[in-house]
Ligand binder design. Sequence first.
Ligand SMILES: Cc1cc2nc3c(=O)[nH]c(=O)nc-3n(C[C@H](O)[C@H](O)[C@H](O)COP(=O)(O)OP(=O)(O)OC[C@H]3O[C@@H](n4cnc5c(N)ncnc54)[C@H](O)[C@@H]3O)c2cc1C
Length: 575
Amino acid sequence: KVYTNPLQLPYRQYDFVVVGAGPGGSVVANRLSAEASNTVLLIEAGPTDDVLPIVHIPFLCTTLAPDTAVTWNYTTVPLPGLNNRSIPYPRGRVLGGSSSINYMAWTRGPQSDFDRYAAVASDPGWSWNAVRSLAKSIEGMVPPADGHNTSGQILPSIHGTRGPVKFSVQGYPSELDSRIFATTEELPEFPYNEDQNSGNPLGIGWGQYAIAGGTRTSAATAYLAPILSRPNLDILVNTQVTKIVQTGSESGVPIFRGVQFAASPTSEVHELHVMREVIVSAGAVNTPQLLMLSGIGPATHLKTLGIEPVVDLPDVGQNLQDHPLMPNVFAVNSTSTWDNLARNASLSTADLAQWEANRTGLFTSSPSLEMGWLRLPSNATIFQTEADPSSGPHSPHYEFFFAETFLSYVMPAPATGNYMLVASNVITPTSRGSITLASKNPFDPPVIDPALLNSAFDIFAVREAMKAVRRFVAAAAWKGYVISQVEALNEATTDEELETYARNNAGTVFHPVGTAKMAPRDSEDGVVNPDLTVKKTMGLRVVDASIFPFIPGAHPQFQVYLVAERASQLILTGS
Ligand SMILES: Cc1cc2nc3c(=O)[nH]c(=O)nc-3n(C[C@H](O)[C@H](O)[C@H](O)COP(=O)(O)OP(=O)(O)OC[C@H]3O[C@@H](n4cnc5c(N)ncnc54)[C@H](O)[C@@H]3O)c2cc1C
């Protein structure tokens, strides 16, 4: 049952409290409450996902951030790698977390990522072979919204059909489709990949999206909506956990089996204790914030803010990794790109009416389309001075995704013309940023420094990816369609000019991870053990995107669902 007021909660004590209802927390709340003997309370800072109906309309996902009723409206510090620009850094603040506002790309990434997690954490349980069957059990593959024949676009045999996350290939045709795939036939550098979710994502393929029946699949629709009637699961929304509370200690190890929470800075603070565990799933920005507010983190940083350190864990908030997004925009010879929607209200009204009538049409589609996962050549000059940061030979260094629109973080959308976006994003960044506290007030935003484009590798990769985009659209398939790159980018030709353009124009794909990274049990490094229990504590686990030692070579929601499924198994089997 969903509660909006802490005073309504039926119990004063639960077996488990889960903090945050994104992919991490929703999976754990579901799996733990599947055992009738476990009482579970899930606390979410944001509202239920019916607060804004457009949450469920795939095409309108870009309008859900940065500053709406379902987001933490965060901004980064000035980023030196982006010429000291501060950029919006929204996270979902709603049931489903960021999976309720994201662009729904469903990407499993390279299998070597999981093998690297297993190696780095000294736990073979994280290897691809160990988690492969879980991957299938998460998935519920469905036909696309337009019902088109998908043979040759996805390999059904490698996907699950009965799992909770309903997904499909793109469900609405784009005028870019035929040109993109003609290019894969023309240029061997960009081969076709029939299914990028096989463990080898390399090449260009049809996008798979967490969309079913024309509506968004989020952690809330997949893992919470079907189980709201469970008597042993309570969900408290509109309530922020402000502190994890130490409730005792055993052999000198502090036990954290309590939480404090409040609806707002001025409302009453409540405290509640658990019999078994507190599970923090507040996401890669808020999880380290909450740990530090609770005295778990770098002792010197905590002391400067007047917080008494309980557990000195220097890695809390460190190791922040994110994918920089590089928009390459081309003027195209078309009259029907999505640019027209923003200019002509009657067009979008018609699309909305169609979606509302029968869940068909453009609005059933994510605004990103096909994806490409690509590597730098092995003789690239950067590898003379830098180690290859990818997890293996089938792991991409950069990504393309396509959209029928103008996109810029710095330039206003033009009043006329039609455009195509080929984003080229660095997927194996070596820059490392941080989350730190601005104050000891839990309602103050943390200091967010994703350190985008802050390393020699990242600058090299972003430049080379921009050049690869130019090679891609120089194929014969684009003749007569692509007119030119947008003005400033058209003029950038030398490496220096491309670098300047990237620093002035890049943004984020919104994929922060790594701020409570997993490390071997006997290691002083890291924040969590391979079973995701917080080091040097009892009763406390982190289950969300914070735990990755390296950013996935993919859009990360699938990996977070997978981490949470495995974590649930570990908790249920008493690890
Ligand atoms: C705009 C955008 C687009 C994206 N596009 C894609 C995509 O297309 N494909 C993809 O794979 N990934 C995408 N992502 C990333 C993906 O959504 C995240 O990696 C994933 O949701 C992370 O899951 P999580 O459980 O770690 O955290 P989140 O999903 O962020 O969930 C954390 C939850 O905890 C809650 N919370 C935080 N602090 C507290 C507190 N103190 N008390 C109570 N509750 C709290 C938050 O409100 C939130 O609901 C996108 C993200 C964004 C923001």
